[in-house]
Design a protein around this ligand. Structure first.
Ligand SMILES: [Zn+2]
Length: 107
């Protein structure tokens, strides 16, 4: 008579199904311990299974909300030249008043 009876093996596999499902989780140890300790109680096994199947919380780096940056000048509106201070046409590469090179704002 084999030591590991197929039904016994199947029962063990079923018993440790939650731990098996959680084998790649970061909290596998906790689930395995719960599975091992409380798995013989039906509710403990269910909790371990639900835990194993629950979506693991993503370790998201808390990114503070970016302060609303100044909106880029809309096309068609004018802005002021940093060299002479006069209004220039948006998108122009050179100031129309003094000819200073302007930072590209579009395209
Ligand atoms: Zn200018």
């Amino acid at each position: 008579m084999p030591i590991f009876h197929p039904i016994l093996v199947a029962s063990l596999l079923l018993y440790f199904l939650p731990a098996f499902l959680a084998r790649k989780r970061s909290d596998f140890t906790a689930i395995f311990v719960l599975n091992l300790v409380a798995g013989w109680t039906f509710i403990g096994w269910i909790i371990a299974l639900v835990w194993a199947l629950s979506s693991e919380q993503q370790r998201q780096v808390a990114v503070p909300a970016q302060p609303a940056a100044a909106p880029p000048p809309a096309s068609g509106t004018s802005f002021f030249c940093s060299a002479c201070g006069k209004a220039c046409e948006a998108g122009a590469r050179f100031c129309t008043s003094c000819g200073a090179a302007l930072p590209a704002t579009s395209r």
